[in-house]
Design a protein around this ligand. Structure first.
Ligand SMILES: *Cc1c(COP(=O)(O)O)cnc(C)c1O
Length: 401
């Protein structure tokens, strides 16, 4: 660490942590974080190698276990999140997968929210049952359903809030309390809210997972993921699982993501301001059956959203009155906003969940999740709001036919 830190890092605000935490300058006194593209490390003596492996000496031995640039990303994200520890992974799915598999065993029970990222759904519905893990899904906003499902011993609960793509909100403190009473750990996929707008650990969750591919990179460059929680969980439960199964983040990606964290707050703030303006344009527009955005008073769970989120976020869902054909007319009339299934990017991106991200689901499952054929999911970017409003406005006119 630098020798002249002026203040106690623990007193820093999240924005300062996003710039300064995890910075460990080398002897070259460089300004920016160093990129250590190395798979291994060398020892000054045979004795040092032995001590590095028997645990008497704390140092890096192999980049599947630990790497300085990856560690800088982990330390910085942990500082922003207010978590004791963080472990980075190669992708968001590696983070979700490891956060669940590291703690589950045959005979355990897992409860999850019904609206989940498609691959998370696959892990729970297709993979876990192969290993004898029982699972149950609950609708996001159904508190009596959560109470019923968690009245039995449960090892682990996985939720996403706001959910993808319908932006349903789950009461994190309530589900955390029920989870703990059932003897389990609550894992929150916090991708949609980002660490800037929601702090699940403060709200009672035990573990937070991210796809760093989304807002943390936010510039469409690389994949990454992260799991955050107590030092005990990260070191003793998750640590061995990652070390021996190997979904390690590349140091190069860690370096990109580390730099991404520096501007995360600024980007999310501006994207959120843009999203609120577009949500207000959509709310009550004659082509739109419903606009779903947590900061709109018309959102069915607006009060809950504003209790646990600091703002409405960067994502909007809208259901067009004209169904799939209206949705396609809108998409094909856009000139600025790109048709893409990614999200959290500096570029505004829009997708038709029915035929893309959620295509794999049955019609019944889509409808149960509140996804209609006329639904679009808009990830609002950093473009000037004047240009975004003009592009979306003209496309809405086209959607009306
Ligand atoms: C994208 C995403 C993931 C998966 O992340 P990858 O980096 O694509 O593996 C998981 N959960 C949510 C909510 C996501 O949006």
């Amino acid at each position: 660490m630098s020798e002249r830190l002026p203040t106690d890092p623990k007193s820093w605000s999240p924005q300062t942590r996003a710039i300064r935490s995890g910075l460990a300058r080398t002897g070259f006194h460089e300004t920016a974080e160093a990129l250590f593209m190395t798979s291994g490390y060398v020892y000054d003596s045979a004795q040092e190698a032995e001590e590095s492996f028997d645990g008497t000496r704390e140092r890096m031995v192999y980049s599947r276990f630990r790497n300085p640039t990856v560690a800088a990303f982990e330390d910085r994200l942990a500082a922003i999140e207010g978590a004791e520890a963080c472990r980075a992974t190669a992708s968001g799915m590696a983070a979700v997968h490891a956060s669940l598999l590291c703690q589950l065993k045959a005979g355990d029970r897992l409860v999850a929210s019904r609206s989940l990222f498609g691959s998370s759904q696959w892990i729970i519905d297709d993979l876990l049952p192969r290993f004898g893990v029982e699972r149950e899904f609950v609708d996001c906003g159904d508190l009596p359903g959560w109470e019923r499902a968690l009245s039995r011993p449960t090892a682990c609960v996985l939720i996403e809030t706001p959910s993808n793509p319908t932006l349903e909100i789950i009461d994190i403190p309530a589900v955390a309390e029920l989870t703990h009473r059932a003897g389990g750990r609550l894992v929150v996929d916090n991708v949609f809210a980002t660490p800037v707008l929601q702090s699940p650990l403060e709200l009672g969750a035990d573990v937070v997972v991210y796809s760093a591919t989304k807002h943390i990179d936010g510039q469409g460059r690389c994949l990454g993921g992260a799991v955050l929680g107590s030092a005990e969980f990260c070191n003793d439960v998750l640590g061995p699982y990652l070390r021996h199964t190997g979904p390690a983040m590349s140091p190069f990606n860690a370096w990109l993501l580390l730099k991404g964290l520096e501007t995360l707050g600024l980007r999310v703030e501006r994207q959120t301001a843009n999203a609120l303006a577009l949500a207000q344009l959509l709310d009550g527009h004659p082509a739109v059956a419903r606009a779903l955005y947590p900061a709109l008073a018309s959102h069915p769970q607006h009060d809950l959203a504003m209790r646990q989120m600091r703002a409405g976020g960067t994502m909007i869902a809208l259901e067009l009155k004209g169904g799939k054909s209206a949705a396609y007319r809108l998409l094909d009339a856009l000139h600025l906003i790109d048709i893409s299934n990614n999200l959290g990017d500096a570029k505004s991106l829009i997708t038709h969940p029915w035929t893309t991200t959620h295509q794999r689901l049955s019609v019944e499952d889509k409808l149960a999740m509140g996804i209609g054929e006329g639904m679009l999911r808009l990830s609002v970017g950093l473009e000037d709001i004047v240009d975004l409003t003009a592009d979306l406005g003209a496309a809405l006119d086209a959607a009306q036919g």
